[in-house]
Design a protein around this ligand. Structure first.
Ligand code: SF4
Length: 267
């Protein structure tokens, strides 16, 4: 049999399965919207990301998202209940505040968001404006996840992600000031020039600011010269499993990742 025909039949089967799943009776939905664009590539990035000028691709992409939402609600029926929405990337705030507002407007028009729904977004503070943050809160986002990676300037320069400490703290304060109930910070351990001691200082500093959650990503497949796999005080490699808190700070999630984006937000 023609291999192309086999592949097409298989694809048709998968589409039918997906349709049946969408139509099935189900508990409230969780929605994920992906924005695969970034303005620059971080040197540690392992994502399939598109680096493109904002003014060229964002509007066509938003228009396609509107069609995608319509295609899904055609199968699902309108006003299905939603308990969670997450915008990830890439960099979701690559879209302008007005584009994000339109996108959320379409979603809230087509779906029934539960009053207690978690509505969250990943942000790169470097490209996220105050207008973005205020708009996001106004249109219903209640959780924000910001990429930090490491506060050490030498590490930041090495991975082309310069984000001064004061700037990061100001961004965090802005999120709190506009009323975000939940703020997450993402860190990476395994970047060039990191040491256990210096990275510990970053963790201590971040914890003092008081975010609701800190996620430490430990890439399994480092691609950068100078990468250091985490080691304990005796020099043995530290194996970190997803969801395991660290001893001194049980609220910190240690996440080991293989090939996904090292962090939402420039991690
Ligand atoms: S690490 Fe995240 S922010 Fe940086 S280029 Fe990759 S997707 Fe974009």
């Amino acid at each position: 049999m023609d291999p192309r025909r086999v592949a097409e039949d298989k694809l048709d089967g998968l589409v039918e399965q997906y349709r049946a799943m969408l139509r099935g009776e189900a508990p409230p939905l969780t929605l994920y919207v992906h924005v695969p664009f970034c303005q620059d590539r971080c040197l540690y990035c392992g994502c399939n990301v598109v680096i493109a000028p904002q003014d060229k691709v964002s509007e066509p992409y938003v228009e396609v998202l509107e069609k995608e939402i319509a295609l899904h609600t055609k199968e699902l029926g309108r006003r299905r209940r939603v308990s969670q929405l997450h915008l990830g990337g890439g960099t979701p705030t690559y879209l302008s505040p007005a584009q994000l507002e339109r996108l959320v407007g379409w979603l809230t028009n087509e779906f029934e968001f539960q009053p207690e729904a978690e509505i969250s977004i990943e942000v790169d503070p470097v490209v996220t404006t105050e207008e973005h943050v205020r708009t996001l809160r106004r249109i219903g986002f209640n959780r924000i996840s910001m990429g930090v990676q490491d506060l050490c300037p030498r590490v930041q320069e090495a991975v082309k992600r310069v984000q001064p400490v004061q700037f990061t703290h100001d961004f965090y304060s802005l999120c709190r000031d506009v009323g975000f109930e939940s703020v997450n910070m993402d860190l990476i351990y395994g970047l060039p020039y990191q040491t256990v001691e210096r990275f510990g200082e970053t963790v201590e500093q971040i914890v003092r600011w008081g975010p609701d959650r800190v996620a430490v990503v430990v890439p399994d497949r480092p691609g950068l010269p100078g990468h250091r796999h985490p080691r304990d005080e005796r020099g043995a490699a530290v194996v970190v499993r997803a969801g395991r808190g660290c001893r001194d700070h049980p609220d910190i999630d240690l996440v080991s990742r293989r090939s996904s984006c090292p962090l939402t937000n420039r991690v």
